[in-house]
Design a protein around this ligand. Structure first.
Ligand code: G3H
Ligand code: 13P
Ligand code: ZN
Length: 311
């Protein structure tokens, strides 16, 4: 099967009350772990690549790894640019085989965000590629963006209709209390998401696909393996799974997950290296990391997203 856009996936997910997992890929083992799980569960999939991933692994290698996964797994896969910072990186991914891009203009004013997003949409649509925009600012750290909790801001529902109609975006990422990374809430703090904002946004944009970034759950099972094997990730806390299940049943059609894959991969690698210090064949530890990534993705698809059997 060839790469697809997210248009059909989102329409079916919206109507069916489930969400598509958008998983970040950085190397072969991560691509394999994710796609093997989705392939076995017959789930549609979004593989997403950040600017940092392109810097690390090289655009061509990542595209070719995803093409290999398409040969090995008979499921629809969209290849998406995560957090495109400017027109040039979006153009480069559109020209380089991606079927979907995000233009992240959330750091700009409303008008500047509209102008930039519309420019990307015009170019993308002329090439048959779809675009995700963002309104509101998530807290947390990515390679190129570091937003403090104080600077984070919820999406304002009264801005969404104008943003979508003036830009022509195909989906919209909103900020309702999720954040990037493995430390989303302080110890003792009650995790909360603003479902009232999500409801208001979806009322104003009927049938329109909404995206949740920063949606890792930070499984304590993997945090414990990391801690027990020489790591230091005390107080890592994510979004409770029941909240994500609730979101997946709503207008949220795409749920972004990266940190949970990093934790699973790290747990597998640490376990081998810490317990068997004599190991120096990378395959010995990478295969355990890859197996844990596969377990996490299978769990997400079945227990959180509900996308199994929907390919
Ligand atoms: O939202 C950000 C993703 O987790 C990607 O992170 O920029 O470090 O690759 P990265
Ligand atoms: P997490 O850090 O919660 O996995 O979020 C990933 C993300 O939003 C990628 O765009
Ligand atoms: Zn994100």
């Amino acid at each position: 099967m060839a790469l697809v856009t997210t248009t059909d996936m989102f329409r079916k997910a919206y109507e069916g009350g489930y969400a598509i997992g958008a998983f970040n890929v950085n190397n072969m083992e991560i691509v394999q772990g994710i796609t093997e799980a989705a392939g076995e569960l017959n789930s549609p999939l979004i593989l997403q690549v950040s600017a940092g991933a392109r810097k690390y692994a090289n655009h061509t290698y990542l595209v070719k790894l995803v093409e290999a996964a398409l040969i090995e797994n008979d499921i629809p896969i969209a290849l998406h640019l995560d957090h495109g910072a400017d027109f040039d990186i979006c153009k480069s991914c559109i020209d380089g085989g991606f079927t979907s891009v995000m233009i992240d203009g959330s750091k700009y004013s409303f008008e500047e965000n509209i102008e930039l997003t519309r420019k990307v949409v015009e170019y993308a649509h002329s090439k048959g590629v779809v675009v995700e925009g963002e309104l509101g600012k998530l807290a947390g750290i990515e390679d190129d963006v570091n937003v403090s909790a104080a600077d984070a801001s919820y999406t304002q529902p009264d801005e969404v209709e104008e943003f979508v109609s003036r830009t022509g975006v195909d989906s919209l990422a909103i900020a309702i209390g999720t954040s990037h990374g493995a430390f989303k809430f302080k110890p003792g703090q009650k995790p909360q998401l603003r479902f009232d904002i999500l409801d208001e946004v979806s009322k104003r944009l009927p049938g329109f696909p909404i995206v949740l970034h920063g949606a890792s759950s930070v499984s304590q099972e993997y945090v414990k393996i990391i801690q027990d094997n020489g790591g230091n990730l005390a107080d890592a806390i994510g979004i409770p799974e029941d909240m994500l299940r609730q979101a997946a049943k709503s207008a949220v059609c795409k749920i972004n997950i990266d940190s949970d894959l990093r934790l699973a991969m790290t747990a597998g690698i640490r376990e081998v290296l810490f317990q068997k210090p004599e190991v120096f064949d990378p395959r010995e530890y990478l295969k355990v990391g890859r197996a844990y990534v596969k377990d996490v993705v299978a769990h997400k698809i079945k227990e959180v997203l509900g996308s199994d059997g929907k390919a």
